[in-house]
Ligand binder design. Structure first.
Ligand SMILES: Cc1ncc(COP(=O)(O)O)c(C=O)c1O
Length: 388
């Protein structure tokens, strides 16, 4: 038999999704894969029930249903502070995941370099490799997850095609400041690089932190693709609805990859989800307040238990320092597997996010009902004894 593709030898099975399988097999609370266990807004599911007998049930318009694209344009235009053309500047995708893949393929050629901050969301590495590109890593240094401007500029000097940024950032919870984004923007302009933004956590930002859209900074609309989705903002991760927003010239290229890869996003789900996109401003305020409540419940609990963690500025993740609980020679992967079995809580080993050799960090998420978080905290109460 002929050799199969060499590309995917360079990446392994998703650790996050593997931890989900381990959680299910062991009846553990799944704080590994980030999805809520509470319902989406009722107005969205009511609309889904309403249209079930009516449709649309056939192939969608490839670029996305016109009313859905118009709703994305209105909503995102409001938050990004610009008019977005639903005909030429938006494509509706199978989650932000597809939007990112299409974008990377649309902007790069094999052998191109793409800057990635480490820690990074595990999908990005595989997506860059799939496009036959090479990641260039720039560390975000814990605990504040700042970066060294000189190290970043050194990375740009390597002749990169793009920088890929998750803002707010999974797994670090970092929300990039205006100053940081302006610095990155100036380097993109100076070195003629694109900015590929993953902004799925745009509405989950805490305290005085503010999410700023890269494409709203001077000189950046022309070279930025903003990828996002409805997964997190409307608690519908299973609907697989996302989108990319970019200037017409870039969008034309992205659309080609989308067209031949997926044909289009699910037609009935686009129709039902329009209700979400058309929600008033107050929805996003209440949504943010709900996440602030979950974050407080969970992180207060960790603090009371004496478990060291990072306080996120955005997203629904925190990084726990497992240093005090690790056995000699135990890896973070072994720790997470043992913890799912013995403690009944599943989390993700930090090595799936960091390029650097860190063994003492795991990621947990708190997008869960109060009772789920309380039960998880109960199970974590005697972590040291259970993991001894
Ligand atoms: C940073 C980030 N981007 C993208 C995704 C996936 O988004 P979607 O469901 O829109 O494909 C996730 C899911 O956890 C994520 O954390």
């Amino acid at each position: 038999m002929q050799e199969m593709s060499r590309r995917n030898k360079l990446f392994t099975e998703s650790v996050i999704r593997r931890m989900t399988r381990i959680a299910i097999a062991n009846n553990a609370i799944n704080l590994a894969q980030g999805f809520p266990d509470f319902d989406p807004p009722k107005a969205i599911t009511d609309r889904l029930a309403e249209i079930a007998p009516l449709g649309p049930h056939q192939y969608p318009i490839t670029m996305g249903a016109p009313n859905f694209r118009q709703a994305v344009a209105r909503k995102c235009g409001r938050f990004m502070g610009r008019t977005i053309d639903p005909e030429t500047e938006i494509v509706v995708t199978i989650g932000s995941t597809e939007a990112m893949v299409d974008t990377i393929f649309a902007l790069t050629n094999p052998g191109d370099k793409v800057i990635l901050f480490s820690p990074y969301f595990e999908n990005y590495h595989a997506q860059i490799i799939m496009a036959d590109c090479e990641p260039v890593y720039v560390p975000l240094v814990p605990p504040a997850f700042g970066f060294d401007a000189n190290v970043l500029e050194d990375a740009f000097r390597q002749g990169v095609k793009a920088i890929l940024i998750c803002n707010p950032s999974n797994p670090s919870g970092k929300v990039f400041t205006r100053e940081e984004l302006e610095l990155i923007a100036s380097l993109c302009v100076k070195y003629d690089a694109y900015a590929i933004m993953d902004e799925v956590y745009e509405h989950i930002v805490y305290d005085d932190n503010k999410h700023i859209y890269m494409n709203s900074l001077p000189g950046m609309w022309e070279r930025t693709v903003s990828c996002s989705s409805l997964s997190k903002t409307y608690s519908i991760t299973g609907w697989r609805l996302g989108y990319a927003i970019a200037p017409k010239e870039i969008m034309e290229r992205i659309k080609q990859y989308h067209d031949f890869n997926t044909v289009g996003a699910p037609a009935p789900l686009m129709e039902a989800a329009c209700v979400g996109l058309n929600m008033p401003e107050s929805y996003y305020e209440e949504f943010g307040a709900h996440y602030a409540h979950m974050k407080k419940l969970f992180t207060d609990g960790l603090r009371n238990l004496g478990i060291p963690f990072t306080d996120p500025q955005g997203t629904y993740f925190t990084l726990i320092d497992i240093g005090p609980y690790l056995k000699k020679g135990q890896t973070d992967v072994e720790f997470c597997e043992e913890m799912a079995v013995k403690v009944g809580v599943a989390c993700v080993p930090g090595t799936s996010f960091f390029m650097e050799d860190v063994q003492n960090i795991v990621r947990v998420h708190f997008a869960k009902k109060d009772e789920t978080l309380t039960e998880a905290l109960n199970r974590l109460a005697d972590l040291k004894t259970k993991m001894a």
